[in-house]
Write a protein that binds this ligand. Structure first.
Ligand SMILES: [Mg+2]
Length: 420
């Protein structure tokens, strides 16, 4: 993305000016479709990882998944004794650890970590793992990838972001994600005010509709009261995003979208169910507000369609659910090829934002604000304070080797290896 375009998007958003961007900022839909696909395919073939500093293979000797109660840690060790970890997405790993131990971990043992990009493509086909394409496959792969990137970063004495690209930003502006469905519009606003105040964020996301609810609101009439109330409460300077979690069909999504436009909401996430691809495109075609999506997506090919067909403006691969930094960077690069932005979705028990910081640090077309769901209160982290606290809605990118954050050794020692 050119710096002028990036500056334009950031200026609009930071100023609270309508982020309903002209077509020129999001790629021209009138461009020949075949030309658009060609540009995406050119973006897809370029390698992501920068591993030129490594002079000899880094053979993965062991891959272990460790567990203590409902806490999971992935640990990889190289033949030379270097170690990397991933702090897992516990909520999902609780259901997926058997898949990790049986179908993902063994594939990587004995392989060269420097071949990571190729190995991620191969593990998809290995033992027909592609039959599980969804977070069931990609979250375990992302877990492995994050641990390997931590390992490689520690060996190279570089942060993970430096293995992904040049440093694009030293700090990341966050938007505070909130979810108070089920409460009245008035009660929701009080809760949202409190969490925004905690981080002093300059952007916030709120939930509308009822979540995959076939047009039902939760409670009834909440959304149409809450949209104007959000703008009235936070004023014109605040950047406000709305997420419907697939609540609507096309006509209702467009009707609600027009209300969001009226109140200058900066993007509209998942207006229809996530796998209603054609309908997502139809909603976008009928609205000026940027449409966001992709957090449930497991297929690189589907992202290619969504981008080429101009069904989305803001691409949101989830770093865990979509299989890690390499695959998500490929989505960002495709988005960039057509002038769109990438704002990754964040999951992962209060530490998901650490992985987001590395990704966004090296992502040229990252959006102006990134998802943040609060700091982890439960995990004992050994980390510089600037990466575990926000100052005026901004978090510093880690500078240390690998993830740049360590787990308390005593806490780690409580975990035991899960046997296959
Ligand atoms: Mg969402």
């Amino acid at each position: 993305m050119s710096s002028s375009r990036r500056n334009f998007i950031q200026t609009c958003s930071l100023a609270g000016i309508s982020t309903i961007l002209p077509w020129s900022a999001y790629g021209k839909p009138t461009e020949e479709l075949s030309e658009r696909y060609k540009r995406l395919d050119e973006a897809l073939v370029k390698p992501v990882l920068l591993l030129q500093d490594f002079k000899s293979p880094v053979i993965i000797e062991s891959v272990d998944l460790l567990r203590f109660k409902e806490s999971f840690i992935c640990r990889v060790r190289s033949k030379e004794g270097a170690e990397g970890i991933c702090i897992c997405n516990n909520d999902q790993m609780l259901s997926l650890y058997a898949f990790f131990v049986h179908r993902v971990a063994p594939f990587f043992i004995g392989k060269d970590a420097l071949m990571l990009e190729q190995l991620i493509e191969e593990v998809y086909v290995h033992e027909s793992n592609y039959k599980f394409q969804s977070p069931a496959l990609w979250l375990p792969v992302a877990t492995l990838e994050f641990a390997v990137l931590d390992l490689l970063g520690k060996i190279a004495q570089k942060p993970i972001w430096a293995l992904l690209g040049a440093l694009e930003r030293k700090s990341v502006h966050v938007y505070r994600a909130t979810n108070y469905r089920g409460l009245s519009a008035e009660s929701s606003i009080e809760k949202i005010k409190n969490v925004v105040a905690e981080t002093d964020a300059k952007a916030v996301k709120f939930k509308i509709g009822g979540r995959m609810s076939q047009n039902r609101d939760f409670p009834a009439d909440r959304t149409e009261k809450l949209i104007p109330l959000m703008r009235e409460t936070f004023g014109n300077e605040m950047v406000i995003y709305a997420d419907s979690n697939g609540s609507y069909d096309v006509s209702e999504a467009v009707r609600i979208g027009r209300l969001l436009e009226e109140y200058n909401i900066a993007f509209y996430e998942e207006p229809v169910p996530f796998d209603w691809y054609q309908e997502t495109k139809e909603v976008k075609r009928n609205l000026r507000i940027p449409v966001a999506g992709g957090e449930q997506e497991g297929s690189l090919r589907n992202f290619r369609w969504l981008i080429a067909e101009n069904a989305l403006d803001v691409l949101q691969p989830d770093l865990f659910y979509f299989g890690g930094m390499v695959r998500s960077m490929k989505v960002a690069r495709m988005a960039s090829a057509l002038g769109k932005v990438c704002t990754p979705h964040i999951s992962g028990n209060g530490v998901g934002y650490l992985y987001m910081l590395h990704f966004v640090a090296a992502c040229p077309n990252a959006g102006p604000f990134h998802e943040f769901k609060g700091f982890s209160k439960d995990l004992p982290l050994e980390a510089p304070e600037e990466v575990t606290s926000t100052i005026k809605g901004e978090v510093q990118v880690p500078k240390g080797s690998g993830l740049g954050v360590n787990l308390d050794k005593d806490f780690l020692a409580k975990h035991t290896v899960i046997k296959p």
